[in-house]
Design a protein around this ligand. Sequence first.
Ligand SMILES: Nc1ncnc2c1ncn2[C@@H]1O[C@H](COP(=O)(O)OP(=O)(O)O)[C@@H](O)[C@H]1O
Ligand SMILES: O=C(O)C1=C[C@@H](OP(=O)(O)O)[C@@H](O)[C@H](O)C1
Ligand SMILES: [Mg+2]
Length: 183
Amino acid sequence: MQERLQSINLYLIGMMGSGKTTIGQILAKQLDYRFIDTDELISKVANQSIAEIFATEGEEAFRDIESQVLSQLCAYQKFVISTGGGIILKKMNWSYLRHGIIIWLNVPVEELYNRLKEDTTRPLLQHPDPLQQLQTLLEKRKSLYAQADLEIMINSGDTPEEISNQILQKIPSILKKQSDSLN
Ligand SMILES: Nc1ncnc2c1ncn2[C@@H]1O[C@H](COP(=O)(O)OP(=O)(O)O)[C@@H](O)[C@H]1O
Ligand SMILES: O=C(O)C1=C[C@@H](OP(=O)(O)O)[C@@H](O)[C@H](O)C1
Ligand SMILES: [Mg+2]
């Protein structure tokens, strides 16, 4: 599989709580790839948590840093890159994501809510009705996530290891599609 992948990066996209950060680390180990999480890198570069960046500089400033970080990452190879849920919002970001294989972790909104209801680190969920907020965000973003090369439908109860294995199983079909389109 590593040989067939030819060091191409894998980008995980999807809603907050879909497991991008968790599954990206497992997938990277399985592929002998390096792992990076855009949020983690942004936090390091800004020397602030994501919540602090939203509070002090606002979402737009965060989105600009997110784009810059992504633009630099696509120069590297052999990375699994877990993104933040809103990375798909900027059109420009798609030109960076398209350097690699884009994988959408599609998780039902009720499951996202169960995972994140006690979480205080996602500023967009600090809302009087977080379930409604997740539904609204997904409605706005769904057609963008659907532009991924691969959609992984996740049911509650699927473990991160199972999901990572499912991704590994499905990657060859994407590589085939890509090589067919070059012929
Ligand atoms: N397959 C899974 N089953 C159960 N809980 C999960 C699963 N994947 C992730 N989680 C949990 O959900 C929360 C959000 O996961 P995270 O990887 O941070 O998602 P994201 O990066 O997409 O926001 C974490 O508490 C994580 O442990
Ligand atoms: O969906 C979003 O707009 C966001 C998702 C977060 O990352 P995760 O998807 O890893 O939670 C983080 O980038 C920020 O809070 C904004
Ligand atoms: Mg994350």
